[in-house]
Design a protein around this ligand. Structure first.
Ligand SMILES: *Cc1c(COP(=O)(O)O)cnc(C)c1O
Length: 832
């Protein structure tokens, strides 16, 4: 039995259903031609094979079933798929024996392609790119998310350039998803307790190459009408609905894994919206192993990892305690806890010391590793968490970084695919990336320039069509609509600027001096054109004003052919833009952008970046690769916007534009091409999701799985960890310093300190010397107990160093061989 329409096709084409079901078509250019040949218009506008199968008349399929070319291509594609699914992936080769069964990846949104629009922006697209790369590498991952009826809003503009929000329904019938059936044939569902009722969630699946993404759907006929609508929209404004969505994702998600009987050791929380999965895991462990809450949490923690993409504390959810208490009223009984104690690991306080429930706090308490998504974001997070780790030096605050990356095969153009294939083969993104750099370094100027120009021409063709459609929608005059066919020029330096229109992204930075920008665009000898796109959050009035400002600017008569604002920035538009532009511009206010990924999408396509020195660009930028603005301190001052706008104009006028138009006798911009080559060769592999996923595996997943199993197997050790935490929490205040003596000598010093530990066993603390810049940590050894004292001991070290002894400060921290410190024990005592 199937619950979803399967197109009846001639026998030889029946396999098309199977191909359409695996959205690997969204990144496998090899299939493009096949789908296009069935229905070119539908392919062009929807890029959704699933929809093509549904809407193409049977007569066309009859024809194709007789078409030897088509059948040959289909056969080839099937064997390509076979090969992809059966090959030994990077993971099997590198880590086949690792003690990791499966990672469950949790995220509120997924941007896998425009055919499945379950995303709002960067976070979802990153999650989509992660899944695709994990499939390419053969990493054992299963993903969990929600099925939204409407996803995020779609944008149109009225005749005043004012953003209108539309909420079209996603039609499950034409989404590339299928229901998950239980063995006995019924639709698989899970239930989550709500006050006085259950929320039933049906399961759908999306096949992403090797990987399954399971989507939970509240549209169950047995739910009340109100509850059916819980997954109506992504990030609803109503706090209560947001919370129920998080319950559905976290608690429902874990129950879905159980209903599917999938083994999971690591949960990867991509942002904290799914943090409630921690509680559900704890509940299960408590019941299965008869452990108390603290012990179960200590075990489960080892199997959870948190990635945060947020750079602003206010962007994390705050839920009122009374509301959460209500939702935990039944759930808490399963833990034999009061709702209030169940909330405890997620309670945080605002500036007025008022408590609230915070998913990020729950995640910080329930994960063994926390990572930021760029080096600069790591610093921002460490500062943000400094009040959680009082008296700890910033650099000790346990946040690591794994810089985001993009899934290159999803963002590269057909031209780029061809060039990279010739240089480095078809399987270039499936394993480790060594050798790619040299392959691109060998590309000739001619081939690079030809490919970049083809891409630019394609983009302009696309923009004209999309722009004309938008004008029709806006009710523009016929004259304006036909003029759309002539906007932009394929020989002109093309800038792209597309992102969420929100204050910190500073979409108006380029507009700070409109006359200057207009002069720059209209320069007869060295013209420039710019394509702009972006949505503002429906509640963000300021953002909508900024859109209007760009639309108005693009309508200056002199700029009609030089500046286009395209509505409804989405994955499809992003793909065209990043493939065709020469320059990608990104101008967020310093320290506000966690990473930024859009600029990475141009790399493989031979686009260059001019961006704020922040996020990923602060790591990647070198003069050979592109241009940076902002100051290298990265601390925004009151004049920053104005200053950085000047800097941006200046760079464009004196460096970017001249470099593009500096041509040799053959018409080639040699210096520009050198930059393209360097940026493609060095940066495209480094900022790919292939590299990112391998880092997650190598640095976090496998180690965490080991720790998770070791805590699970060794109950004695687990109990000692919990006891260690309890003893330190209770007795830390008893620890104090006694006398210290220090003897300077040639090439170092000898130090002895007396310490009174009270009831804290000596093996549960570490006494060390700490020095900053550069950081040094030297462990002191216990020399002797102090006669007559309780828990008194003398610690000593003989330090070899060139630094003066006052660089070093003694400190006491908690220590346990199975623990991660300070993540699991934040006590610290400095000698003053
Ligand atoms: C890549 C992408 C984003 C995220 O880009 P940022 O650099 O974070 O602005 C947002 N929306 C779409 C459609 C994208 O393709």
């Amino acid at each position: 039995m199937t619950l979803k329409l399967q197109r009846a096709l001639p026998a030889s084409l029946q396999v098309l259903n199977e191909l359409a079901n695996d959205i690997r078509w969204s990144w496998n250019h090899a299939g493009d031609q096949l789908w296009r040949s069935i229905d070119p218009d539908s392919w062009q506008s929807l890029k959704n094979p699933y929809a093509i199968l549904q809407t193409t008349p049977s007569s066309r399929f009859k024809q194709l079933a007789e078409d030897p070319e088509f059948l040959k291509r289909l056969q080839w594609l099937l064997s390509d798929r076979e090969r992809y699914l059966n090959r030994q992936g990077w993971y099997q080769q590198q880590h086949g024996e690792a003690p990791l069964q499966q990672v469950a990846y949790f995220c509120m949104e997924y941007g896998l392609g425009e055919a499945l629009p379950l995303y709002a922006g960067g976070l979802g697209i990153l999650a989509g790119d992660y899944l695709k790369a994990a499939s390419d590498l053969g990493v054992p991952v299963v993903a969990l998310g929600l099925l939204f009826d409407q996803g995020y809003f779609r944008q149109t503009l009225d005749s005043d350039g004012w953003q209108q929000a539309l909420y079209p329904n996603c039609d499950t019938a034409s989404l590339p998803i299928s229901p998950v059936l239980a063995e006995s044939g019924e639709w698989l569902q899970v239930a989550v307790e709500l006050p006085g009722r259950h929320l039933l969630l049906r399961l759908w699946q999306v096949q992403v190459g090797h990987i399954r993404l399971y989507l939970l759907d509240s549209n169950h006929p047995q739910n009340s009408v109100a509850d059916q609508g819980i997954c109506n929209q992504l990030y609803p404004a109503e706090t209560e609905i947001r919370f129920i969505q998080q319950l559905a994702l976290g608690v429902g998600g874990w129950r879905a894994l159980r209903a599917l009987d999938l083994p999971v050791d690591i949960c990867h929380l991509n942002e904290a919206h799914c943090a409630l999965v921690i509680l559900e895991r704890v509940r299960e462990v408590m019941q299965q192993r008869s452990l108390d809450f603290a012990t179960a949490l200590c075990l489960v923690r080892a199997g959870n990892i948190l990635t945060t993409h947020t750079a602003v504390a206010a962007a994390f959810d705050h839920f009122p305690l009374t509301m959460v208490e209500k939702y935990f009223s039944v759930y808490a009984q399963q833990f034999s806890l009061t709702p209030h104690s169940l909330m405890a690991p997620g309670i945080d306080h605002d500036k007025t010391d008022k408590p609230f429930f915070s998913p990020i706090t729950l995640a910080l308490n329930g994960c063994i590793a926390v990572n930021a998504v760029s080096q600069s974001h790591r610093g921002v997070m460490q500062e943000m968490l400094s009040s959680r780790y009082p008296r700890w030096p910033l650099e000790d605050i346990p946040v690591s970084k794994i810089t985001n990356g993009v899934h290159v095969p999803s963002w590269d153009s057909a031209w780029a695919d061809q060039l990279w294939t010739e240089a480095a083969g078809k399987d270039r993104w499936l394993g480790d990336l060594s050798g790619l750099q040299q392959a691109i370094d060998r590309q000739s100027d001619n081939s690079l320039w030809a490919f970049k120009c083809e891409e630019r021409a394609d983009l302009i063709h696309y923009v004209r069509q999309r722009y004309a459609k938008a004008l029709i929608q806006r009710g523009a005059s016929e004259q304006a609509i036909s003029a759309a066919n002539y906007v932009l020029d394929p020989n002109v330096l093309t800038l792209g600027f597309a992102r969420r229109f929100t204050d910190y992204k500073r979409p108006d930075l380029l507009l700070k001096d409109k006359q200057r920008l207009a002069r720059l665009l209209c320069n007869r000898g060295r013209p420039v054109q710019i394509i702009v796109a972006g949505k503002a959050h429906p509640q963000d009035h300021q953002g909508k004003l900024l859109i209007q400002e760009w639309v108005a600017f693009s309508q200056w008569p002199a700029l009609k052919d030089r500046c286009v604002f395209l509505p409804d920035y989405d994955i499809a538009l992003a793909q065209e833009l990043v493939q065709g532009v020469d320059i990608w511009i990104n101008t967020p206010r310093s320290r506000w952008e966690a990473c930024g990924t859009s600029g990475m999408k141009v790399l493989a396509n031979g686009g260059l970046n001019i961006s704020q020195w922040d996020g990923w660009w602060a790591e990647a930028w070198q003069p050979d690769y592109g241009w940076a603005i902002g100051d290298l301190e990265g601390k925004p001052g009151p004049q920053s916007d104005k200053k950085e706008a000047q800097q941006l104009y200046h760079r464009l006028e004196t460096e970017v534009i001249p470099a593009f138009y500096q041509r040799d006798t053959e018409g080639l911009p040699r210096q520009w091409l050198q930059r393209i080559r360097a940026s493609m060769a060095a940066l495209a592999p480094a900022y790919s999701s292939n590299r990112m996923v391998r880092e997650y595996v190598d640095r976090l997943y496998i180690d965490s799985a080991k720790r998770f199993y070791s805590r699970g197997k060794n109950t004695e050790c687990l109990l000692s960890l919990v006891e260690w935490q309890r003893v330190l929490d209770t007795h830390w205040s008893e620890i104090r310093w006694g006398k210290q003596s220090l003897v300077e000598r040639e090439g170092g010093f000898d130090i002895e300190v007396q310490i009174y530990l009270g009831d804290v066993p000596a093996q549960w603390v570490r006494v060390e010397l700490y020095a900053e810049q550069p950081t040094e940590k030297i462990t002191l050894q216990k020399k002797a107990a102090m006669v007559g004292s309780v828990g008194g001991a003398i610690y000593q070290a003989s330090v070899k160093t060139e630094r003066p002894s006052w660089h070093y400060t003694p400190r006491i921290i908690g220590w346990h061989q199975e623990a991660v410190v300070p993540l699991e024990c934040r006590h610290i005592l400095w000698k003053d």
